[in-house]
Ligand binder design. Structure first.
Ligand SMILES: O=C(O)CCC(=O)C(=O)O
Ligand SMILES: [Fe+2]
Length: 330
């Protein structure tokens, strides 16, 4: 794993209890942190079952027991890194199940020092076994190191993103990659990349770095080992990506990575207008991005609008939400 001189190390890093002082200290200093067993192993396995229910109920012929049915003509449209952002995924039973687990909210509540939080309505990253079809292999990390926060329109600490890992990770499979401490570079980006930043529309919270940027090799990039149920939190200013691994064991015929994207932010950051849009989104199963105080409709992402077969997908039915889950909407 060493293109463009960017070193990625698969590594066991400290894992912290949800809601612990140590977890937020680590996040502040490293720009990321692993929350140990945000979901129990059983909850992680239930989430994965619910994700398969979502996929099979799209009505395109996906069968969880037969990888030959996981072809692109049946699989939902993916964004970078195998992320499924649309077709009701943000309101699938799977995603709402995860949001309803108190230990998940507890981690964000400690970060923001409030329980009054709203959840994102975002999707999942699912990686199909690319030994069956090489075109399923996701990009190598070097191709898309990025931050998810506009360097000018969103200064300072704004968002902590999350990802709940549902399957065992390994160097061979690959996974999320972060550059430790790289959130500290964020403030210098407008000056350093004047032209690039000026070209970036103020409402686009995605900034990519050129491959030869020395920040990408400032510290060895970390691909952290995660147990099923562990949650990775990272500051949107931290340089990150996901990267496919080296090789898969012969005969691999199941999903190799499943990660539920989840983000919670203080409710007080959202305007009345945003809250109304969020209520409407939950009613109509509209998926969004990680931001809870900004509204970007994931069903209107260019890759979705351009997908020729987008009308073939049957959307999930509206989930029955508990009061605890409803409070996370608005
Ligand atoms: O799949 C991953 O690990 C990273 C995805 C990502 O960049 C994001 O959700 O912002
Ligand atoms: Fe990202």
């Amino acid at each position: 794993m060493n293109d463009f001189n960017i070193k990625i190390e698969y590594k066991h890093v400290p894992r912290f209890d949800s809601g612990s002082d140590e977890s937020v200290d680590y996040l502040e200093s490293e720009g990321y942190v692993i929350i140990k067993n945000a979901l129990t192993a059983n909850e992680a396995s239930k989430t994965l079952d619910l994700l398969w229910d979502y996929l099979e109920n799209l009505g395109t012929g996906i069968d969880r027991t037969n990888p030959l049915t996981w072809s692109d003509d049946k699989w939902p449209t993916c964004a970078h890194g195998g992320i499924i952002p649309s077709y009701g995924i943000g309101h699938s039973e799977a995603q709402w199940f995860v949001r309803g687990v108190p230990n998940v909210k507890k981690a964000f509540a400690k970060v923001w020092e409030t329980n009054d939080l709203l959840t994102s309505f975002d999707g999942v990253s699912l990686w199909r076994p690319w030994n069956i079809d090489p075109s399923w292999k996701t990009q190598s990390g070097q191709a898309w190191f990025h931050i998810d926060q506009h360097p000018i329109s969103k200064p300072g600490k704004q968002c902590i993103q999350g990802l709940i890992n549902l399957l065992p990770t390994s160097k061979e499979i690959g996974g999320n990659v972060v550059i430790p401490k790289s959130h500290n570079f964020f403030k210098d980006i407008p000056e350093e990349y004047k032209e690039r930043v000026e070209r970036l529309p103020l409402d686009i919270d995605h900034f990519r770095f050129p491959h030869d940027d020395p920040k990408l090799s400032s510290e060895p990039a970390v691909m952290a080992h995660m147990e099923p149920g562990d949650m990775l939190l990272w500051d949107s200013r931290t340089i990150h990506c996901s990267s496919s691994g080296s090789s898969l064991p012969e005969g691999t015929n199941d999903l190799i990575r499943a990660a539920s994207l989840i983000c919670m932010m203080p409710k007080e950051l959202s305007s009345k207008e945003i809250l109304e849009k969020r209520i409407h989104a939950a009613e109509n199963l509209v998926s969004t991005t990680n931001w809870t105080n900004d509204f970007r409709n994931a069903d209107e992402f260019p890759i979705i609008l351009e997908a020729e077969n987008r009308d073939q997908y049957k959307w999930p039915k509206k989930p029955n939400l508990s009061d605890y889950q409803k409070e996370l909407i608005a």
